[in-house]
Design a protein around this ligand. Structure first.
Ligand code: FAD
Ligand code: NAP
Ligand code: SF4
Length: 676
């Protein structure tokens, strides 16, 4: 018998006309499946319903042509649009779940020239200046929301979520930042809230009382000229009056220069803002952002901050989240580490989303694990992400898998990654793999450096080399001197580093090494401490100033070292992630890191590192030079194994070190395991 460790999280929620089976919502995510095939979307959502998700919310669906994020995105405007969605709602209902369609109007945050807004002010990084809506056109756009909600109901959805946050059109009406109107839609707050309140009121009138209306309320805009707490409180109460069923949480506009969901944001950092709204209304409220494990969700509800929790990416990482939580299998939950690498980064590159820790996500109909036709005896060398993913998936299919690693623990380079401030979450992936190795019966042999001879003697049918990488040496005269270290010396072996440091190479590891060296080991990093996070990013916890940030200085703990971060390419230095690179850059600049691009390395000597930038020679008088110049594959066993005629496969960094990351390593390991 299992005891319910999450009594609040797993309790049903009675909405009056319908009941949610627990408090777990899957928040809206644009996965890219919307524009491919509704059957793939159907399987994606059905899989999560099977895994216990009480209410899933689709990616944003355009309510009018003018409101589309980009040309060709999914919309709900005609009856034919609604017909295409039926396969999705039916699939979810067959699995006992519920699903709501997110009704989205992007306003000025869109990539087409016909975009519109409350005013004609262009959004920073978006290409087009919006057309300022006339009174008549505003009525049309409200009508678009009403029509989309009615069509969603016709398509079998259990409800809609009206997207009122993240800086989209509704936010653009609410905030003085984007609304300079003087008519009945602008000026005092009573006028600025008219647009969302009218949408909810008219949608409710159209769909009747037995249809879920979720409203995504921006609790904290994080932009100058954004809303204040008083305004948010007025809006929350007006929305309740207008007929919402659930108030969901949005944090930060897309234009905000403060991280809101990336891995360096503390878990549940923003739940307290939802908690304040909960005090004002009777309808259930839902917390969101950086809630990724059941104990955090349980804590939020138990503390009275919310009635529900919305998680989006964690449902990519593990479609069985709720079922596993209910069965007491917490260790088997594949936890979202908030890296954004396979989800949001893909979306912003117009690629289909997936998940770094779960490559099956959004590939439910293509990546399918079936029992192996022939049971094989397989040796896997290397228990980094590639070897772990292969081993678990191969053993699950029935193969007899032995996994070797020279180290005393599984994880490979992930053990180094998790020591970087802001990457503590990476331990979750290692805990998950540890649990799954045990569950699937992988024979784990740690502290075992294997050789060609030992593998030959093992009588294996197949050998999988997942031996990772070797750090690349920098070809700089004097690089063998006493001031020079590799990133492994610093991050893994914790050798003492001087007060003035130059980092050669500004790829992912160079940036992470700078992050590590600019933190004092005696301070809790902001990723683990809300107090520090809010202070370092200049957020007013009372949300009494506009956007929660206006006039609030960011106060960062000083770096214990002077750090130079260098690269040869003449290109702005940032972290490798499409949606997170800017955060690393901002954080390092706040710590005073000096970033130099277009660097030519001359030599290293007792004075320091001699370089030239744009032809100008200079010496960085540093105590330590840390080499983060990329990596080369470690394939030392390959030739011997091939010479011995053993069936050998190479994955992860051992296969290709260039642009290697854990996303590729885990996917490659998984794909091979499904084939062998
Ligand atoms: P590795 O992780 O290198 O594992 C190889 C394993 O093989 C090791 O455990 C090693 O001990 C073992 N081995 C080698 N030879 C033998 C032998 N002969 N016998 C037995 N065992 C052997 N990636 C991301 O996607 N996102 C990030 O944010 C990120 N951050 C990082 C931060 C840092 C500081 C570092 C160092 C890496 C980071 N990475 C990140 C990269 C990521 O960790 C690697 O891409 C990934 O670990 C590669 O996986 P792998 O399995 O191919 O190899
Ligand atoms: P990397 O991203 O390839 O970066 C290597 C850096 O070294 C570059 O700045 C490169 O730029 C420089 N360099 C290359 N050869 C050099 C040489 N011979 N001498 C001097 N400088 C040289 O590799 P990495 O930083 O080692 O990271 C390894 C992998 O882990 C990468 O694929 C990375 O994406 C992944 N990773 C990801 C994350 C993440 O957050 N997503 C974090 C860490 C690591 P110049 O040639 O312009 O100088
Ligand atoms: Fe979470 Fe990273 Fe997977 Fe996205 S790719 S769902 S952030 S673990």
């Amino acid at each position: 018998m299992t005891t319910n460790a999450y009594p609040h999280l797993l309790a049903p929620l009675d909405l009056g006309f319908t009941t949610l089976k627990n408090r777990l919502i899957m928040g809206s995510m644009h996965t890219g499946l919307e524009e491919i095939d509704p059957r793939m979307q159907a399987e994606f959502f059905a899989r999560r319903a099977r895994g216990g998700c009480a209410l899933a919310i689709t990616g944003g669906i355009a309510v009018t042509a003018r409101g589309a994020l980009a040309p060709g995105v999914s919309s709900m405007i005609t009856e034919q649009d609604a017909e295409r969605h039926r396969v999705i709602t039916e699939a979810v209902h067959r699995e006992g779940g519920k699903i709501a369609m997110q009704a989205l109007h992007a306003g000025r945050q869109s990539y087409h020239p016909n975009c519109v807004s409350a005013s004609d002010m262009k959004a920073g990084s978006y290409p087009f200046k919006p057309h300022r809506l006339t009174d008549e056109e505003i009525e049309e756009e409200i009508g678009g929301f009403v029509n989309a909600a009615a069509l969603a109901q016709y398509a079998g959805y259990d409800g809609v979520e009206i997207m009122g946050s993240e800086g989209y059109l509704i936010n653009q009406f609410l905030a003085p930042r984007t609304n300079d109107r003087t008519d009945r839609w602008g000026g005092p707050i009573e006028n600025r809230i008219r647009f969302p309140v009218e949408i909810v009121r008219r949608v409710r009138a159209k769909v009747g009382p037995n249809f879920i209306i979720v409203y995504r309320l921006s609790m904290l805009d994080l932009v100058e000229g954004g809303g204040t707490w008083d305004e948010i409180a007025i809006l929350a109460q007006a929305l309740e009056q207008a007929g919402v069923t659930i108030l969901n949480t949005g944090i930060g506009w897309h234009e905000a220069k403060i991280p809101t969901i990336a891995t360096m944001v503390p878990r549940a950092a923003f739940a307290e803002f939802t908690g304040r709204v909960k005090q004002l209304v009777k309808v259930p409220v839902c917390a969101s952002n950086r809630i990724n494990v059941p104990e955090v969700g349980e804590g939020i509800i138990a503390a009275g901050h919310a009635d529900l929790v919305s998680m989006a990416r964690p449902w990519l990482a593990d479609p069985d989240f709720a079922v596993k939580a209910a069965a007491g299998q917490r260790k088997e939950i594949n936890v979202c580490i908030a890296c954004n690498q396979a989800c949001l980064d893909h979306t912003f590159q117009l690629r289909r989303a997936s998940c770094l820790v779960n490559p099956f996500a959004c590939y439910e109909t293509e990546l399918v694990s079936t029992p192996a036709a022939v049971k094989k005896k397989i040796a896997v060398v290397g228990a980094g992400p590639a070897g772990l993913a292969f081993s678990v998936n191969a053993a699950e299919r029935g193969h007899d898998v032995t996994l070797f690693d020279a180290e005393s623990r599984i994880g490979g380079q992930f053990n180094i990654a998790k020591t970087i401030p802001g990457k503590e979450e990476f331990q979750e992936t290692l805990d998950y793999f540890a649990a799954m190795l045990e569950k699937t019966g992988v024979n784990l042999k740690l502290n075992t450096r294997v050789s060609v001879d030992s593998l030959k003697a093992g009588g294996f049918d197949d050998i999988v080399l997942a031996t990772g990488i070797q750090p690349r040496h920098a070809d700089i005269p004097g690089a063998d001197g006493p001031k020079v270290m590799s990133y492994l010396d610093v991050l893994r072996d914790r050798k003492p580093v001087g007060r003035r440091v130059a980092i050669v190479g500004a790829g992912g590891i160079g940036v992470d090494t700078a992050e590590f060296l600019t933190h004092d080991a005696s301070h809790k990093p902001s990723s683990l401490d809300k107090e520090v996070f809010f202070r370092e990013w200049g957020i007013d916890r009372t949300n009494s100033v506009r956007g929660g940030i206006e006039g609030v200085p960011a106060q960062v703990d000083p770096s214990p070292r002077t750090v130079y971060l260098l690269q040869r390419r003449n290109k702005k230095i940032a972290g490798p992630g499409k949606t997170t690179g800017w955060i690393h850059r901002e954080a390092l600049l706040k710590k005073g890191v000096q970033m130099l691009q277009g660097v030519e390395y001359r030599r290293i000597d007792a004075t320091g590192l001699h370089i030239a930038v744009e032809g100008r020679e200079q010496v960085l008088e540093v105590d330590t030079i840390v080499i983060c110049a990329g990596q080369e594959p470690n394939r030392e066993l390959l030739e011997g194994l091939q010479a011995a005629g053993l069936s050998t496969h190479v994955i992860g960094g051992a296969d290709e070190a260039k642009e290697l990351d854990a996303k590729r390593a885990i996917r490659q390991g998984t794909e091979l395991a499904l084939k062998l």
